[in-house]
Design a protein around this ligand. Structure first.
Ligand code: URP
Ligand code: ZN
Ligand code: ZN
Length: 468
């Protein structure tokens, strides 16, 4: 059944223009005028923007982490109502298991039949004692998984790897078109600072930030850039939280390193003071890297607007306050790290970026959808509004005004990190491959509707690197 979205303003990463969009089946089949006779259904989008469906390349659904699990894919309707139609979720490698088996396990146990969004997976190197780990990169890329994540941040947990592992992974990855992604914090120093703080009786959530100061992130980011340079491989730094880490990326890029970075809504609008909220409330805001001094926010917005950082991911972690964040009541090191936010990415970018003049609409669309599609190999199928692409479209109502609240959230979590924040504009209608899946802020799709998206290797989907 052909659907015509009429009278809207299409916004892409480079343009903004009034035109109609014709959808047939799962695809966009025409953009222009005079298309009415080809449509069975007409949707009037006068006064609305049409954005490409968002791609959140940083989610953690059903992640076993710090002794507990995040909310599962049955909560992905939250993504849909927030204008995100695809996620790329991180796949932990259980001890002793190959990377390919880990991917198969995550798909079978956590995702298939449950997801409301289209999805892909990033692989993760955790147990380096598994033989032939790096030989799996080629087959993974062929299977549509061209990204691998390595953590430098969590010493003493199964998530951590050392510099030699990162370097070897970078070398192996570049040969097969795999893009390595890194959580860059100096895990050794974090561990040392944690021990010192706890020994001094500094156990409350606010000391989480003192245990992970900006310098541990900036140092590890610069080190990761150096290793990428040494290996002559591209590298992508996830969840950049502070000006110094952003500058480390910018400097390395200016020196010719193929280094790229993502920031997250929490680092753009929340700050370190949230960790000091009374009554253990600060635990809600414990994530890594930690929330920073407010002075970091404008440099991050500027970096996004200028393209020094390319994408915005949510780093969504659906931990409840009750029973999960509370695991760290005795000491902050027991608080599961991460905040929920897959529903709020567009709202924060539009309200606090576009509406304040810090971010152009085009850069917002790029960071929200197009750049993740290009970096992570979903483009041109996803990430823009183009003929032949999947009809993943957000009909965005800029006139809407509301507040973000746990009361209306679909995160399936007992708090919102953005409780009471203004929401200017919202995804009024969301189409996933041509099917209406959100209407008026309500989820009208079905769990299980999401499909696995086979991605292309890095460099193929993104032949022309962004200008330095
Ligand atoms: O605090 C965070 N970011 N938790 C999720 C795991 C990670 O480091 O991405
Ligand atoms: Zn991380
Ligand atoms: Zn993460």
């Amino acid at each position: 059944m052909a659907i015509l979205i009429k009278n809207g303003t299409i916004v892409t990463a480079s343009e903004e223009y009034k035109s109609d969009v014709l959808i047939d089946g799962e695809k966009i089949v025409a953009i222009g005028t005079g298309l009415d006779s080809r449509a069975e259904t007409i949707i009037d989008a006068a006064g609305k923007y049409l954005f490409p469906g968002g791609i959140d390349a940083h989610s953690h659904f059903d992640l076993p982490f710090m002794g507990t699990n995040t909310a599962g894919f049955d909560t992905t309707p939250a993504a849909i109502v927030g204008g995100t139609t695809s996620v790329i979720d991180f796949t932990p490698q259980p001890a002793g298991m190959s990377l390919q088996d880990s991917i198969a396990k995550h798909r079978e146990e956590a995702i298939e039949g449950k997801t409301a969004v289209d999805y892909s997976l990033h692989s993760m190197v955790m147990d380096t004692s598994v033989p032939g780990l790096f030989d799996e990169f080629g087959p993974l890329v062929k299977a549509g998984i061209p990204t691998i994540k390595l953590f430098l941040a969590y010493k003493g947990t199964p998530f951590n790897v050392d510099d030699a592992t990162l370097y070897s992974a970078l070398e192996a990855a570049k040969d097969v078109g795999m893009l390595a992604m890194t959580h860059a914090e100096n895990g050794d120093i974090v561990s040392l600072l944690q021990q010192k703080l706890i020994a001094a009786g500094k156990t409350e959530p606010r000391y989480h930030a003192e245990s992970r100061p900006p310098i541990v992130e900036a140092e590890a980011t610069a080190r990761a850039a150096s290793l990428a340079k040494a290996a002559d491989a591209p590298i992508f730094i996830v969840h950049v939280s502070c000006e110094d880490a952003m500058l480390a990326i910018r400097t390395a890029r200016q020196q010719g390193v193929d280094i790229f970075g993502e920031t997250c809504p929490q680092y753009l609008v929340l700050d370190v003071d949230y960790l000091a909220k009374p009554g253990f409330e600060g635990a809600k805001y414990v994530c890594s890297p930690a929330l920073r001094d407010k002075s970091n926010q404008d440099p991050l917005w500027r970096a996004l607007d200028n393209g020094w950082l390319q994408t915005v991911g949510s780093d969504h972690c659906g931990f409840n306050f009750k029973g999960q964040k509370e695991m760290g009541r005795e000491q902050f090191t027991g608080i599961p790290n991460g905040t929920p936010g897959v529903e709020n990415r567009l709202a924060i970018l539009y309200t606090y970026g576009v509406m304040t003049g810090k971010l152009s609409l085009q850069r917002m669309v790029d960071a929200f959808a197009t750049a993740p599609a290009k970096f992570f190999g979903m483009y041109p199928r996803k990430g823009s509004i183009i003929v032949g692409g999947d009809a993943d479209i957000v009909v965005f109502d800029p006139a809407y005004e509301g507040k973000i609240s746990v009361a209306t959230s679909l995160h399936g979590v007992d708090y919102s990190a953005y409780e009471g924040f203004d929401e200017k504009g919202r995804a009024d209608k969301v189409f996933l491959r041509g099917t209406l899946v959100a209407d008026g802020g309500k989820f009208v799709g079905q769990l299980g509707q999401g499909k696995f998206i086979k991605r292309q290797p890095f460099g193929l989907a993104y032949q022309s690197r962004m200008s330095r």
